[in-house]
Design a protein around this ligand. Structure first.
Ligand code: HEM
Ligand code: MYR
Length: 412
């Protein structure tokens, strides 16, 4: 290998944001193949950007000596998906402290509880609805109800629709342009202001909320200096729980697509927890969802002979790493069985980010996501009488995130 100073292979041109919209989840893979390199330089949203792909690149990306997160994500993502001032944009001690708050919510008991809530909500939903169920629409509502109950955010039974309709644009429309993008921003403005009011009411004791739940916990959380969080930050962090729980609807839709397209694998998944777990892992590996994680170079450094320049925006390709032929046999085949042998490396299978939960920025909700997928799959495969009508579901690799739009018929 050549370890002399080299420039990162660079795609010429003023800006490639339009190609990102066109190529979607293939954007980084395409460039990596073209330049035969695990790191390439391009320009996105008017900024010089490095794109990384693969296990070694993921190890590099999660090295906190080399990359930071403060204001790393583009403003368009902060105003929609992420919010401003939340855990995703923190570094060092401040990040560790805030992340510990999130991880403390993910106890065995609380994960057990959310599984029983989601099962109850599915049952309630199916009892109240007619034969045809659109999985994504149903799941968003079921998950919004689940998220509100589990976090203890005060809401009424009949508000769930409204919460769902404002939470989903945060992830469904963040990457869109035009009116949809504005809808995503406006939803965030409305939700943050609604939550801020609730935070203030809890703090001045005019509103009582359940003490063992996430909302209470975050409202009274003290930062590393012993200070309460600003009410706006509380709102952002509560949305960092509510939004992604509703976003699991995308994975549930993909579960039914996989059942439809791979009936033999689905039959196997009926057998037990482990079979279902492998099915779910493969759903998270195979289908595209969160395209890439975003950070910035902390200080100039060298990697494999390439010079990385301070402050440069850097994307780690999550989809591409999950389909890297160096890591996965026949990466474009749906094969749950492959997870029999997977050794649990934190950098090769990274649908929800890589590295460590506590020190790094790996998704705080990964266990919760897998648990909700597990109970839902078990519930539908083993406890609900339904059929998949003939349908030609499809999704596009440049729709971020893609939504296959599965339908099922319930036999009551
Ligand atoms: C971070 C994906 C569900 C809470 C992340 C990251 C990804 C991700 C890619 C960023 C990793 C990085 O920056 O390096 C997903 C996907 C989900 C999901 C695909 C499926 C729906 C959840 C759930 C929760 C959650 C259910 C909470 C209940 C978080 C939080 C962070 C995060 C708090 C920030 C962690 C940090 O910056 O330290 N997620 N996530 N996510 N996720 Fe998730
Ligand atoms: C979450 O809500 O945190 C979990 C899943 C969200 C996936 C959303 C994918 C859309 C990313 C849009 C980024 C916009 C960057 C310009």
């Amino acid at each position: 290998m050549n370890h002399s100073h080299q420039k990162v292979p660079k795609e010429i041109g003023l800006d490639h944001s339009l190609e990102l919209l066109k190529e979607g989840y293939y954007f980084i893979m395409n460039r990596s193949e073209k330049f035969d390199s695990r790191v390439v330089q391009t320009r996105l949203l008017g900024e010089k950007t490095y794109c990384l792909i693969g296990q070694e690149a993921a190890e590099l990306f999660y090295d906190t000596d080399k990359f930071f997160r403060k204001e790393a994500a583009p403003v368009v993502a902060q105003k929609t998906l992420l919010g401003m001032g939340g855990v995703q944009g923190l570094d060092g001690d401040e990040h560790r402290h805030r992340k510990a708050m999130f991880m403390s919510l993910m106890t065995k008991e609380s994960l057990k509880e959310i599984q029983s809530i989601v099962k109850e909500e599915w049952t309630r939903y199916l009892e109240a609805h007619e034969k045809e169920v659109k999985v994504f629409e149903a799941a968003k509502l079921v998950l919004a109800r689940t998220a509100l109950r589990w976090t203890g955010v005060p809401s009424h039974e009949h508000d769930a629709d409204d919460w769902a309709s404002k939470l989903s644009p945060l992830f469904e429309m963040a990457s869109k342009v035009g009116p949809k993008h504005l809808k995503s921003r406006w939803s965030r403005v409305q939700l943050e202001s609604r939550l801020e009011k609730l935070v203030k009411q809890v703090r001045n004791r005019s509103l009582d909320v359940e003490r063992h739940r996430a909302f209470y916990h975050v409202v009274w959380h003290r930062d590393e200096n012993g200070e309460l969080l600003d009410p706006h930050i509380v709102a952002v962090e509560i949305l960092n729980l509510l939004r992604p729980i509703v976003a699991i609807a995308v994975y549930l839709d993909f579960i039914f697509l996989a059942i439809n397209d791979y009936p033999k694998e689905a039959e196997l998944a009926k057998q037990g927890y482990d079979e279902r777990h492998r099915f779910i892992q493969e759903v998270r590996r195979y289908y595209p969802f969160f395209p890439f994680a975003i950070a910035r170079v902390k200080k100039d450094f060298m990697w494999k002979g390439y010079t990385f320049k301070k402050n440069t925006m850097t994307l780690l390709d999550l989809y591409g790493t999950n389909h890297d032929p160096e890591l996965w046999d026949e990466p474009h085949q749906f094969m749950p069985k492959r997870f029999e042998k997977w050794e649990g490396n934190p950098f090769d299978f990274i649908p929800q980010g890589g590295g460590e939960f506590d020190i790094g920025h790996r998704c705080a909700g990964e266990w919760l996501t897998v648990d909700i997928m597990q109970v839902t799959l078990d519930y539908f495969l083993n406890h609900v009488n339904y059929e998949l009508p003939k349908q030609k579901p499809d999704y596009r690799m440049n729709d971020i995130p893609p939504i296959p739009g599965m339908k099922i018929y319930i036999k009551h």
